[in-house]
Design a protein around this ligand. Structure first.
Ligand SMILES: Cc1cc2nc3c(=O)[nH]c(=O)nc-3n(C[C@H](O)[C@H](O)[C@H](O)COP(=O)(O)OP(=O)(O)OC[C@H]3O[C@@H](n4cnc5c(N)ncnc54)[C@H](O)[C@@H]3O)c2cc1C
Length: 326
């Protein structure tokens, strides 16, 4: 008999789990309470070299191939465009960062992924130089949610699974996969709940959609903690902030100011803000992704901690989860 699986949470973790479980032949029901989430806010960027230290994502090539194949399969089955490969330009912020980059190039892997940038994109200040990565792009995370909702039909229910009921969810041979993102702290990871003990360090993030007719439309550009992702038609996503203290607020004036100020430091084209969103990134202590069964309650599974790299990491984790579960 095919496994019956209930997934709690319809963000990136729950959606990728639902597809992977279906591909293994499981019957899937998904419960999502709706409202703001990290996945609804995310830019969905895949970027192999990140942060002020220019850190190369381990096993990037194999993760990229796995993620791309996953999203292409969902696209083929749903008819929705989801993943948009495009080059990513990183502009340095200082001479120090440029020197750090030249040292980085001697480490294994960097030269295979990135090349020096001959000149900065039009309308961007790049006085310290930069590099360009061809294997990058972004996932339309809201389109993934729509595609998953379309695939599941009535089996996607807009329902909140009450935190108090989570431990009791064991009926009828059903397996449960908890993918609640940062809300798991009050759900499957609450003090009396089955996955109590996982330590979260979530970060709220704000993001803007801007209209600009002079900004570069063919590449993702990243400088000084602010990036710009072209969506087409002169629209861009711009972000993002990190706030570890105030997790409760939605979009704020100070978040918007922060992104606009950072962008204006290097973007010479004018822009106008047309949308502003916020979500909470589910980050676990040690930045670990946790994906697997409960040690003793074997009908309960957990998939969380995608942090800032959900787009790249979720497909591989979801496939592994489905292989173990079904
Ligand atoms: C501003 C911002 C920008 C980002 N940019 C990027 C980026 O460029 N690249 C990248 O890879 N990552 C990015 N991220 C991170 C990425 O969004 C996350 O890694 C990913 O979306 C997390 O997915 P999730 O499914 O674990 O959590 P969520 O997306 O938060 O989904 C959890 C879902 O569970 C539901 N839920 C919770 N509790 C219950 C319950 N009891 N009953 C029913 N439903 C429930 C919630 O409503 C929600 O829909 C960004 C995040 C933010 C906030």
């Amino acid at each position: 008999m095919a496994a019956e699986v209930a997934v709690v949470g319809g963000g990136l973790a729950g959606c990728t789990a639902a597809w992977a479980l279906r591909w293994r032949g499981a019957g899937v029901r998904l419960f999502d309470r709706g409202g703001p989430s990290a996945t609804r806010a995310a830019a969905g960027i895949v970027n192999p070299i990140t942060g002020p230290n220019l850190t190369l994502e381990p096993d990037f090539r194999s993760r990229w191939a796995e993620a791309l194949a996953f999203y292409r399969r969902v696209e083929a089955e749903s008819g929705q465009a989801l993943f948009h490969p495009m080059p990513l330009v990183r502009l340095f912020d200082s001479e120090r960062q440029s020197t750090r980059w030249r040292r980085r190039l001697d480490a294994p892997g960097y030269r295979d992924i990135a090349a020096d940038l001959p000149e900065p994109p039009a309308s961007c200040d790049g006085e310290f130089g930069g590099f360009e990565v061809a294997t990058a792009g972004f996932l339309d995370t809201r389109a993934l949610m729509d595609a998953t909702r379309g695939m599941l039909g009535d089996a996607w229910e807009r329902v909140e699974v009450p935190p108090g009921e989570i431990a009791a969810r064991s009926g009828g041979g059903m397996q449960w996969v908890f993918c609640e993102g940062a809300a798991a702290q009050a759900g499957s990871c609450a003090p009396d709940a089955p996955f109590a003990g996982f330590q979260f360090r979530p970060a709220r993030g704000e993001i803007l959609t801007v209209q600009s007719f002079g900004a570069p439309g063919d590449r993702i550009v990243n400088r000084g903690g602010a990036w710009l992702v072209p969506l087409g038609g002169g629209r861009f996503r711009a972000g993002a902030t990190y706030d570890w203290d105030d997790l409760a607020s939605g979009p704020t004036g100070s978040g918007r100011d922060e992104i606009e100020t950072k962008l204006r430091r290097w973007l010479r084209a004018p822009f106008e803000v047309v949308d502003h969103q916020a979500g909470v990134r589910p980050i676990l202590a040690g930045r670990q992704i946790r994906c697997g069964p409960h040690p003793t309650l074997r009908h309960l599974w957990f998939f969380n901690g995608l942090g800032s790299k959900g787009t790249l990491r979720a497909p591989g984790q979801a496939l592994e989860l489905a292989e173990r579960l079904v």
